[in-house]
Write a protein that binds this ligand. Structure first.
Ligand code: FAD
Ligand code: DHB
Length: 392
């Protein structure tokens, strides 16, 4: 097999890149290790920045998103048993965010790709990227019980945080920056109408809690727990009791409970791989960087990475110039570090430290109170949350 751009990974990054390249007339092939059903049902993100929605719209992948997505004009911060609304349109000149599940984006992009797009192979596991420093890189992969080779002009690793593309960077040419937070998130999906109109980020006495949603009848909630948590110790009633305690406010408000349909644990870490290019191999999405989930930047960053990459491949295709590809790593990393900073600050502001440092507790509350009382501080949060412009 041969193609211009070999894409490893059929998550949001790989699928959107394939869509953008296809529309620009650049030939590509996507290799996805898992089955279609697995890729379509992996529960993850839900909050989309305006730029992500615009990008999906621009490539014809937003029909269902426009019909079913929930547009939110802000978030609520809760601390000290008080509620504070952060009004995004008023603070950002009209920007909003949209709730639409990652599973649905993946389904929409897969359907488009299979209808008229370039090849997308499921159960095609990349084993290695070879010769990335030459003009003829290759992906060795396993498909239908056979080892095969995809000959490419360029290879893009969109293979997530456990992928193989990164392994083709020589050790001496790479630096990774990592930070582990001393807590995890226990996430649930529940068949109950959300108890709120917009997302609630709460710093409760017992730690952080987040109330999100997937639809008018499905709630998505998260709870800060210790990293060594065993889900077996968290029966549904205990989860609901703890959530209710962390969201408690003096105003009249009740957390509605319902059947829990899924439970998961997510560790909280920041990880950035530098640079994002080695020869003709480039990285995008979780293959390149992981942010802790507070602030919902992971999927949005994956989308902005591939928008930059698609522009660069389009310029190469039209003019033969590699200039934008040469700039990709630097430009993309500048944005990645801004999102990493924001996710890190949101995480540190909202989670209680397991060692219970009372000084740090007071600082967190002072930060939250500053955002609740200063338009400038709230505007800074709103600008980052709704997404910094791609050009910055
Ligand atoms: P992935 O989605 O991981 O896709 C990588 C793909 O590559 C997978 O399909 C995988 O099977 C495939 N693959 C791996 N190895 C190989 C191989 N060797 N060969 C072929 N294929 C391979 N982000 C947000 O923006 N907003 C949110 O609200 C949000 N909430 C989150 C909540 C949770 C609980 C979690 C865990 C994450 C959340 N994120 C959020 C992060 C977001 O889900 C990820 O950043 C996003 O999935 C990144 O997309 P990706 O395509 O880069 O990687
Ligand atoms: C969701 C996840 C997040 O990490 C976040 O900050 C907001 C929403 C979600 O899964 O809906």
């Amino acid at each position: 097999m041969r193609t211009t751009v070999g894409i490893i990974g059929g998550g949001p990054a790989g699928l959107l890149l394939a869509r953008l390249l296809h529309r620009a007339g650049v030939d590509c092939v996507v290799l996805e290790a898992r089955t279609r059903a697995y890729a379509e049902h992996r529960q993850r993100a839900g909050m989309l920045e305006q730029g992500t929605v615009d990008a999906l719209r621009a490539c014809g992948a937003a029909g269902r998103l426009d019909a079913e997505g929930l547009v939110h004009g802000g978030i609520e911060l809760r601390f000290d048993r008080e509620r504070h609304h952060i009004d995004f349109p008023a603070l950002t000149g009209g920007r909003t965010v949209t709730i639409y599940a990652q599973t649905e984006i993946v389904k929409d992009l897969i359907a488009l790709q299979l209808a008229d797009g370039p090849p997308l192979l499921f159960e095609a596991e990349a084993l290695a990227v070879e010769a990335p420093e030459t003009s003829a890189p290759r992906v060795r992969f396993r498909h239908e019980g056979r080892e095969r080779t995809l000959d490419c002009d360029w290879v893009v690793g969109c293979d997530g945080s456990h992928g193989v593309a990164r392994d083709a960077f020589p050790a001496g040419a790479v630096r990774t920056y990592t930070h582990d937070h001393p807590y995890s998130w226990l996430g649930i999906m529940a068949d109950v109408a959300p108890s709120c109109d917009e997302l609630i980020y709460a710093r409760g006495e017992g730690g952080f809690a987040l109330h999100s949603m997937r639809s008018p009848t499905v709630s998505r909630l998260y709870l800060q727990v210790p990293p060594d948590t065993d889900l077996g110790d968290w029966p549904d009633d205990r989860i609901w009791d703890e959530l209710a305690a962390r969201f408690a406010v003096d105003a009249d408000w009740t957390l509605e409970r319902g059947p829990v349909t899924a439970k998961s644990l997510t560790s909280m870490r920041g990880h950035v791989h530098e640079p994002l290019r080695h020869g003709r191999l480039l990285l995008a999405g979780d293959a390149a960087h992981i942010v802790p989930p507070t602030g919902a930047k992971g999927l949005n960053l994956a989308v902005s990475d591939v928008r930059l990459l698609a522009r660069a491949f389009l310029a190469l295709h039209r003019t033969g110039s590699e200039e934008l590809l040469d700039r990709y790593s630097r430009e993309c990393l500048a944005r990645v570090w801004q999102a990493t900073r924001f996710s890190h600050e949101m995480t540190r502001m909202l989670h209680t430290h397991p060692d219970g440092d009372p000084f740090e507790d007071r600082l967190q509350l002072a930060r939250l109170r500053r955002i609740a009382s200063s338009r400038d501080a709230a505007a800074e949060l709103a600008a980052n949350y709704t997404g910094l412009p791609l050009e910055r």
